[in-house]
Design a protein around this ligand. Structure first.
Ligand code: HAM
Length: 423
């Protein structure tokens, strides 16, 4: 039988994992600097949680969830995104009572959506997300956007575009909703069956329908920008001021509505503008979700966050021709000649590793030439060569692979010399 990875998933092999680790390091460092603490929530949650928080008229809930019934007859769902779980945890663990507010959290982990597979779109993908819950200060909106941009900047990405919009508060949303219903009702028969059922419940969703997105009635739909009340407009202009202050260029796009239901006020996406990037250019999406904690029985705790997939970040790096630096290269490879050198070599290896020197040796009983080839292929910085004569003299031959130079080193000097050279 021929087993393959399930469609839309991938193995990340050792030749690639170091890039993931590198990106994860960048994320951890940036979050540390911005004072966001890591949270780890379960991979699956009660199905209801996503239906309520992501919204049951969204594509994610209607079409893309991996839902199953467990042996106790509970309906569970593999998380399609992280915000619902973080807000659930915030409420369940009473984080609203923490002395320091807002509570600033981040996560990195696999998410699952049953989507059509294409470049940059997977059924299992890894999201890095950050959430700040408990503050309705426009400065925190700008902080989150800055964090996302900062992570990209630290990886070396340059060709980015930040697009922002305001979705307003409940009052503006209901006025806008009425206008959308009036706009679409006479023509609703031209739209897909999903949009027809969205018309009364949530006409905003029609604006990001993946089937009808080319229908001109979407482009001519009433813009939310014209329905923002004074408070929402002021909030949005404060966010823009903070972004300008932080030197983050942005474009305002009044058609940006996002694909999840929980947003209000600030919504944003970051796209790759690199020519080499595929059809899906959105690298990151996020926004404000005041009222989400209340939705599941928590107190009023306004929040904002974003998420980006590592897969798309790596694709964007490729498209810009940026190579991450592999910080985990081999420092020393030990080549042994003859049986009597094996145990002394093993003991050197032990001492090197005790000093955190990345080192390895041959375990395949190969000839010297094959061992030297391995050292080359593994891009070792140094090769230690040890045979019978060296053991007798208590020395090793130390070869620097970058220039081919080789010298005899007393065993007593070896460790210090390597430490100095690798520092
Ligand atoms: P989202 O826009 O659904 O938002 O996803 C955010 C990001 O996850 C996308 O911009 C993309 O990088 C990545 N992504 C989504 N689906 C896929 C896929 N099938 N394959 C690869 N990457 C994908 C959210 O998930 C919200 N929870 C973001 C948020 C956090 N809003 C507030 N806080």
């Amino acid at each position: 039988m021929n087993f393959k990875v399930p469609r839309g998933t991938q193995d990340i092999l050792p030749s690639e994992t170091w890039k993931w680790q590198q990106v994860e390091k960048i994320i951890d460092t940036a979050c540390d600097v911005f004072r966001y603490k890591e949270i780890r929530t379960p991979i699956f949650e009660q199905t209801d949680l996503f239906q309520r928080l992501v919204g049951d008229t969204t594509d994610i809930v209607q079409k893309e969830m991996y839902t199953f019934t467990d042996k106790g007859d509970r309906s569970l769902t593999l998380r399609p995104e992280g915000t619902a779980s973080v807000v659930r945890s915030f409420v369940e663990n009473k984080m609203f009572g923490y002395a320091d507010q807002p509570v600033k959290l981040y996560y990195t982990g696999p998410m699952f959506r049953y989507e059509r597979q294409q470049a940059g779109r997977y059924r299992q993908f890894v999201q890095f997300g950050a959430e700040a819950i408990g503050s309705a200060d426009p400065a925190i909106d700008a902080e989150l956007i800055t964090l996302a941009m900062d992570v990209y900047k630290r990886t070396g990405l340059k060709q980015l575009k930040l697009v922002i919009n305001s979705l307003g508060d409940t009052e503006c949303r209901s006025a806008h909703k009425e206008a959308l219903v009036n706009h679409f009702t006479p023509h609703i028969a031209e739209f897909c069956s999903d949009c027809q059922s969205r018309l009364e419940k949530n006409p905003l969703r029609i604006l990001d329908c993946k089937v009808d997105y080319e229908n001109p009635l979407i482009a001519s739909a009433p813009s939310l920008a014209n329905y923002l009340n004074e408070e929402s407009a002021n909030y949005f202009s404060e966010v823009k001021k903070y972004l300008t202050e932080a030197n983050i260029p942005f474009e305002v796009d009044p058609t940006l509505v996002r694909g999840l239901d929980y947003y209000n006020h600030t919504a944003f996406e970051i796209m790759s503008t690199s020519e080499g990037f595929g059809a899906i250019t959105t690298l990151c999406g996020g926004g404000r979700y005041n009222g989400l904690a209340e939705e599941i029985g928590g107190p009023s705790a306004p929040g904002i966050g974003f998420a980006m997939s590592i897969e798309r970040l790596l694709l964007a790096l490729d498209a810009e021709g940026i190579a991450l630096v592999n910080e985990s290269e081999l420092d020393v490879y030990i080549v042994t000649l003859g049986e009597s050198a094996r145990q002394p070599a093993f003991s050197i290896l032990r001492r090197l590793r005790n000093e955190n020197i990345r080192s390895d040796m041959d375990y395949m009983d190969r000839k010297m030439k094959a061992q030297m080839k391995s050292a080359d292929r593994l891009q070792a910085k140094f090769v230690i060569i040890i045979g019978e004569d060296e053991v007798a003299e208590d020395v090793v031959q130390l070869k620097t692979l970058s220039n081919g130079e080789q010298e005899k080193i007393a065993m007593t000097d070896l460790l210090q010399l390597l430490k100095n050279n690798l520092a």
